[in-house]
Every structure is written in C-alpha cells, then in structure tokens.
Design a binder for this molecule. Structure first.
Ligand code: URA
Ligand code: SF4
Length: 233
C-alpha cells in the first residue's frame, strides 16, 4: 500500500537535511490526508535541538498556519515546558502525522479533529523517522498514544509507560517491518543512566484540555517533562 517513502528525497544528504525534507514533505501524497488539508505541517525548531517532542497530527490552527503546536494545545505545551525547565531553543516539535484529518460539522463550517488510523500513521512514519535520524536528539518525548505507537508499536499504552526514561528504538532499523516486535520488548524496562538516546512518554496536551481534573492532568504533564529535563542536565 501507499506511504510517504517515494516522496522522500533520493539524495542521501538531502535525507539528513531538515530544509530539504520539509520541501519534499510539502509535496507528499503518501496517503489521502493531503487531499482535504490545507498544507503539510512539518516539524519546526532548532537543528541542534536535544529534545524532540512528537504530537499526533496538526490541529485546525496548525493546518492554517503551517506550523505544529501553535493552537490551544501548543500554548499549554509551551507553558508546561517552561515550568519543567526545558528551553524552547532546545526543542524541536513535530507530529506523527503531518496532515490535519477532520470532518465537517453538519451544516457548519467548523472542522472537527479526527484521529488518524493505523494506515495513515504507517504511511507518514518515514517523515518522522527522517526527522529523528537527522536531529539525533538525546530525548524524544512522545505526547499521547499516536506518537507512542509510531515509535514503540501498537502495544504502546501511555498509562503504563509514561513518566520514565525508556531506550529510544534504533532509528536505522525501526523502519523495517520485522523490527516491530523487538522494539516493544526492548522498551518494557527502564534505561540505566548514561546509556544512549531516550524516549519519554506522557499525555497529550489536548488530553489535559479535555480532562475532568485539568489541574491534576497538567501537573502530571509537567512532572513527566521534568523527567526529560533531568535527562538533559
Ligand atoms: N495537537 C497535536 O498533536 N499537534 C499539533 O501540532 C497541534 C495539536
Ligand atoms: Fe504524506 Fe503524511 Fe500527509 Fe499522508 S499525512 S499525505 S503520508 S505527509
């Protein structure tokens, strides 16, 4: 089935160049989501970022503006990062899926977010892997289930795996189908200090906005981000 792979640059150097990747992703037709969305929303941030934050997919405002995490969830995330002591200049933000998926409210013009399905997540994964291989961050923070599944496989559960440093799967082999099982197995434990790159899972900032107890959900997000911050210190 279709995926983003044919739309990545052929030149190996361009595959490790964020601007070249961004230009290529702007033309991606690796799944149907490009048909109704305004534009590809590629990741943004410093090429020297030590932390990469991975969300689900762009929302309504991100789709219009072409940048990740610039809407309500993004503002909450910015506040949580600051509270956790992670500097914006140390961070690159992106999404597991690069086009906004939505349905139109009946009779209205409001666009309602729809979660990407497994096929769309799989189709878009080459862009996320290319970003991570290029950036080689120390810590990848996955925000919510979609991003977690993109890197750890379908058995990933936020509630079980959040808030502790896990080993980041090998980015060179993760794209191969046979890697799926071993990734889930490898990441069931915790990583000793001083090992390689880490992955930290936490809840999605949109889940904080929807939570019954928003203050508690927000505090949990900040606590998890502090674990990532300590890994950088
Ligand atoms: N939610 C996401 O997952 N990503 C964004 O960029 C905005 C909202
Ligand atoms: Fe390509 Fe991803 Fe957009 Fe699908 S969602 S068209 S794979 S960039």
């Amino acid at each position: 089935s279709r995926d983003a792979e044919p739309f990545l640059p052929d030149d190996p150097r361009a595959r490790r160049d964020l601007d070249a990747l961004r230009r290529a992703a702007a033309r991606c037709e690796g799944c149907d989501l490009h048909e109704n969305a305004t534009q590809t929303v590629f990741g943004t941030g410093s090429a020297g970022a030590r932390v990469v934050l991975v969300g689900e997919q762009p929302g309504d405002q991100e789709d219009r503006r072409g940048e990740p995490f610039v809407g309500p969830a993004g503002r909450l995330l910015d506040r949580a990062l600051e509270e956790a002591g992670i500097e914006r200049g140390d961070v690159y933000v992106t999404n597991a899926v690069k086009h906004f998926k939505f349905k139109r409210q009946e009779g209205g013009k409001r666009r309602i977010h729809e979660s990407p399905n497994a096929g769309e997540m799989r189709a878009c994964r080459p862009w996320l892997l290319a970003e991570l291989r290029t950036l080689e961050p120390d810590v990848v923070v996955v925000l919510g289930a979609t991003a977690g599944k993109a890197l750890l496989g379908s058995s990933f559960r936020v509630t079980k795996q959040r808030g502790r440093l896990l080993p980041l799967p090998d980015l060179e082999t993760i794209g191969t189908p046979s890697a799926g099982k071993s990734i889930a197995e490898e990441t069931s434990g915790e990583t000793p200090d001083g090992a390689g790159a880490r992955l930290l899972a936490t809840i999605h900032p949109s889940a904080v906005l929807r939570a019954d107890d928003r203050d508690a959900a927000y505090a949990g997000l900040v606590d998890d981000l502090r674990v990532a911050a300590r890994a950088l210190a």
